[in-house]
Design a protein around this ligand. Structure first.
Ligand SMILES: [Zn+2]
Length: 158
């Protein structure tokens, strides 16, 4: 399909909780194609539908050479063990801040044809699952920052 323009922080669509996908139809397939085409670029690890202006519960990822997507994802497991690594967002270009995340996560959902699909992983995949599902709930990683890091982030955005 096509590479889409990525919405930037400040766009209200990024703060709008998404609607669950009900129809695994041509319209959904087009959204998935656009997400996968747009995430298929160096330095792009994940992209959620609101970032291309679509308020549906679906995201795409590009991790370790694998591109895929997950529809109606639910985080079903997060490790108690956490790690703090620099995190960025395609909607907040040029900035990275240390962000606390569970170091392992599991998400259940569906592929674009309605088949059940589970994604899981450590490190970047765990971070991606948590970051993208936040997007689908209208949250940005900035919301996860605390203390001096949060102040630095808001100064950088001002
Ligand atoms: Zn993001």
């Amino acid at each position: 399909m096509s590479v889409r323009v990525i919405r930037r922080v400040g766009d209200p669509v990024l703060r709008t909780p998404t609607d669950p996908v009900c129809d695994f139809d041509e319209k959904l397939h087009a959204v998935v194609s656009d997400l996968e085409d747009t995430v298929n670029a160096p330095g792009h690890a994940g992209l959620a539908a609101p970032q291309i202006g679509v308020t549906l519960r679906v995201f795409a990822y590009n991790i370790e050479g694998r591109i895929g997507h997950l529809v109606n994802p639910r985080l079903v497991e997060r490790s108690a063990e956490t790690e703090t690594e620099d995190e960025g967002c395609l909607s907040i270009p040029g900035l990275w801040f240390p962000t606390l995340r569970a170091s392992y996560a599991v998400a259940e959902g569906f592929d674009q044809y309605g088949q059940q699909l589970t994604l899981s992983g450590h490190g970047l995949m765990a971070r991606c699952l948590q970051h993208e599902i936040d997007h689908l709930d209208g949250r940005l990683y900035l919301d996860r920052l605390t203390g001096e890091t949060k102040r630095a982030a808001y100064r950088a955005l001002a």
